[in-house]
Write a protein that binds this ligand. Structure first.
Ligand code: AMP
Length: 440
């Protein structure tokens, strides 16, 4: 087979007003909008200044026109920063949540990318492939592709499970520049020869963390393996657990990371059930033991073979909990900053192997731990902020398994309870009564 033809991906024409921005102004803008830009290819300028207006983004005229008629006042922070990066042909990791405007962040550069490529020929698959975890999200992305692609005669179709294949297959075979797809259904179509990725030079993984939560990793790997190696890849995620990082390393080349640091970005996987209990400080210890061990009218959090991580604020507190658990015949050890590396490795090894059902940890020791099949996270001490909460709770319910997170709250936890309530308010989970009660 002929090698794939070369293609154009650096399509950015920096607007004079953007080019004129000094380093200081760029830094101030990023600080004000809580945007961080890191990484990128060595030996190449990879942190273009933000486009603060639609005009400054320097899109083709028809796209700018649709934007200006959309009723939106200005680009969102993630758009301002992601557009110049994506239009420059760079691989991008975007850490942003639904509601940040991330969809247009990757859809508009896709349109520009497509317009710069030769037309599709019979038998060609899409030029841009946008992968999404769910049918709902695929449909939302399609709506934005419809709104912003039609002026440039860029066609799209969305393929997802749960509906008949016929019409989707007809669109694919007919040829469309953009395919929006959930991984399983796309893989079926690729296996059946309805489409291929020979022309795909712009690949997006949207909500990568959710795709992993839903167990799509094998399909993602099988799909991406069949795309050309010199493609441009953009990966979006609301959270940044180890699994997502691993996927980014496998799929992206020298990516630039752009992150909007707002609380709305924080999200706990749907696979984790979040429980809160308001307790009096003097009852906390007894309630904790009851939770882990069972009794007092409730089954324990752990069934045989299951594992829990318990978070505790201080090193001394960790050791005290370990003693109490052992006293209650629950196998437990702690990892924290006072333990030697050797001790920590031993504890982790035992915990990973399933020989130790409970591991007690401080935030610092617990961050980034890659342990599979943790079914429960117990916040004996509440975390100090929502960010830490998301990191802790993200230890459970990984890779599609379900998990539970229990947080014990005392009246002094009111500030973080308010932060957590605000975070949950924005999610589908809603705000549990105990959390509301402590938040006041
Ligand atoms: P998303 O984060 O991509 O799911 O977008 C959330 C919502 O914001 C969608 O309904 C978009 O139509 C809308 N949106 C996208 N860009 C902007 C913008 N620049 N200004 C205001 N709203 C926007």
């Amino acid at each position: 087979m002929d090698p794939p033809p070369p293609f154009e991906k650096d399509l950015y024409h920096e607007h004079p007003a953007v080019a004129a921005l000094g380093e200081r102004e760029v830094r101030d803008w990023r600080h004000q909008h809580r945007v961080r830009v890191t990484g990128g290819p060595r030996g190449r300028r990879a942190d273009p200044a933000p486009a603060r207006t639609f005009l400054e983004a320097a899109f083709p005229e028809c796209v700018t026109e649709v934007l200006e008629n959309s009723g939106f006042a200005a680009p969102t922070p993630i758009q301002s920063q992601a557009w110049p990066l994506a239009l420059s042909g760079l691989d991008v990791i975007g850490l942003a949540n639904t509601g940040s405007g991330k969809t247009l962040g990757f859809v508009l550069p896709a349109v520009v990318h497509i317009v710069a490529q030769p037309h599709l020929r019979p038998g060609d698959g899409p030029i841009a492939l946008l992968l999404a975890p769910t049918r709902e999200l695929a449909v939302q992305i399609k709506e934005q592709c419809d709104a912003f692609g039609s002026c440039a005669a860029v066609k799209n179709t969305a393929v997802y499970g749960g509906v008949p294949k016929g019409p989707q297959e007809r669109d694919l075979r007919h040829g469309v520049e953009i395919v929006i797809a959930t991984p399983g259904r796309l893989q079926d179509f690729m296996d059946g020869g309805a489409t291929n990725l020979r022309r795909t030079t712009y690949l997006v993984l949207d909500e990568a963390d959710r795709m992993l939560d839903l167990g799509f990793e094998p399909q993602l790997r099988a799909i991406v393996e069949r795309a050309r190696a010199d493609r441009q890849t953009l990966m979006w995620s609301a959270t940044w657990p180890r699994e997502v990082e691993r996927l980014a390393r496998a799929f992206l080349r020298e990516p630039v990371t752009v992150q909007v640091n707002d609380a709305a970005r924080l999200r706990v996987a749907d696979t984790v059930e979040q429980r809160f209990e308001a307790v009096h400080p003097s009852e906390k210890h007894a309630r904790f033991l009851q939770l882990v061990r069972g009794g007092g009218g409730g089954g324990g959090l752990l069934r045989a073979g299951e594992k829990a991580i318990v978070f505790c604020e201080t090193k001394r507190g960790c050791d005290a909990l370990v003693r109490a658990l052992k006293g209650a015949a629950v196998g437990a050890e702690a990892i924290h900053g006072d333990k030697s590396q050797q001790e920590r490795d031993w504890v982790l090894g035992q915990f990973r192997a399933g020989a130790l059902p409970v591991m007690v940890a401080t935030d610092v020791a617990g961050r980034g731990l890659d342990v599979k099949d943790v079914t429960a996270v117990v916040n004996y001490d509440a975390p100090s902020c929502a960010e830490d909460y998301v990191h802790r709770v993200g230890r459970a319910g990984r890779a599609g398994a379900s998990g539970v997170a229990v947080t014990l709250l005392v009246p002094a936890d009111a500030p973080v309870a308010r932060e957590l309530a605000a975070m949950l308010q924005k999610s589908r989970a809603g705000v549990p009564t105990a959390l509301q009660q402590v938040a006041g």
